[in-house]
Design a protein around this ligand. Structure first.
Ligand SMILES: [Zn+2]
Length: 89
């Protein structure tokens, strides 16, 4: 990680915690997790066969997947604001 923003101990600690949390989320999403489910693991909606073929090991329907992606992006926004703030110091 490059950047002068790593000076502030408290802020960088917070950012590192968010980054490792996001990495864990990304790995959880990317990891091949065996066979695709026929029904969503969260809401139990049927997952279309087309989606199961396109995303091997898929566990979520499109709605639940988009919900997760949205939560992921929101966390990224928090990070960006944090690093910009410390650049001003
Ligand atoms: Zn679902």
């Amino acid at each position: 990680m490059a950047g002068g923003w790593a000076r502030d101990g408290a802020v960088s600690e917070q950012i590192e915690a968010s980054i490792s949390d996001e990495l864990a989320r990304m790995q959880a999403q990317k990891q091949p997790v065996g066979e695709s489910l026929t029904h969503c693991a969260e809401c139990e909606e049927p997952i279309p066969e087309k989606r199961r073929l396109a995303r091997p090991g898929v566990k979520l329907c499109l709605d639940c997947q988009q919900e997760r992606d949205g939560a992921f992006k929101a966390r990224g926004g928090v990070n960006r604001r944090g690093s910009k703030d410390s650049q001003l110091k």
